[in-house]
Design a protein around this ligand. Structure first.
Ligand SMILES: *Cc1c(COP(=O)(O)O)cnc(C)c1O
Length: 206
């Protein structure tokens, strides 16, 4: 557990911190929570359900299969990985059933890495428009995973592109207020380039 980093993250102004707890135990999660970070991000639904504790706030940050949506609605505060209409339809269906409004972030594929998921950047504004027809989904902003590279300038350009999209979307949709970008290796750059939510795993737990 990196106490020093936790203390530092807690002093960040106007930046929310999601502690990415995938592969970590419930005991580790409780320990981080006791130090004051209480929002946890999980990638996989099965693993999330095993560790779910209603005392904490949970975000799904990994690619979400439509057939898993029914297990998480009512338990997750935010789904950060909405990337298709098909998935939106399923979220709408179960959020309606549970009589709640599900907060989501639209995941944008900013990297051109073939393996990465997310909606193409160019489709983002049309997608937001379409989401206005889904009364049980509230889009709060965007999430992205930057290209895995040692080239910091390259990542900063990706963050800048995301910030442009975020500002554009915010003007049109007043509920949009969250730009989730930055992980252990690049969160400082991400914040400097407009992120207001970071998702930190490795450097926090190791
Ligand atoms: C694992 C993961 C993180 C955290 O990455 P670290 O390098 O462990 O900080 C953030 N976002 C997503 C989508 C992840 O899958």
């Amino acid at each position: 557990m990196n106490r020093e980093l936790i203390e530092k993250l807690k002093t960040l102004k106007d930046v929310k911190v999601v502690a990415v707890s995938k592969t970590r135990t419930k005991e580790q999660i409780d320990e981080v929570a006791s130090m004051g970070l209480c929002v946890f991000g999980e990638n996989r639904v099965q693993e999330f359900l095993e560790k779910y504790d209603p005392k904490y706030t949970w975000h799904i940050i990994g690619h979400l299969q439509t057939n898993k949506v029914k297990y998480i609605i009512g338990k997750v505060d935010m789904i950060q990985s909405l990337d298709s209409i098909k998935l939106a339809k399923e979220i709408e269906k179960y959020a309606k059933k549970e009589n709640l409004i599900q907060k989501v972030l639209v995941e944008i594929k900013i990297s051109d890495d073939e393996l990465k998921t997310g909606l193409p950047y160019e489709q983002a504004m049309d997608f937001l428009k379409e989401m206005q027809n889904y009364p049980h989904i509230l889009v709060k902003g965007f999430m992205c995973v930057a290209t895995l590279t040692q080239d910091r300038d390259f990542n900063c350009k990706e963050f800048d592109q995301m910030k442009i999209l975020f500002d554009q979307a915010k003007q049109q949709y007043p509920d949009i207020d969250t730009l989730s970008m930055g992980m252990s290796q690049d969160y400082e750059e991400a914040i400097a380039h407009g992120s207001n939510m970071v998702r930190i795993g490795r450097s926090l737990f190791e």
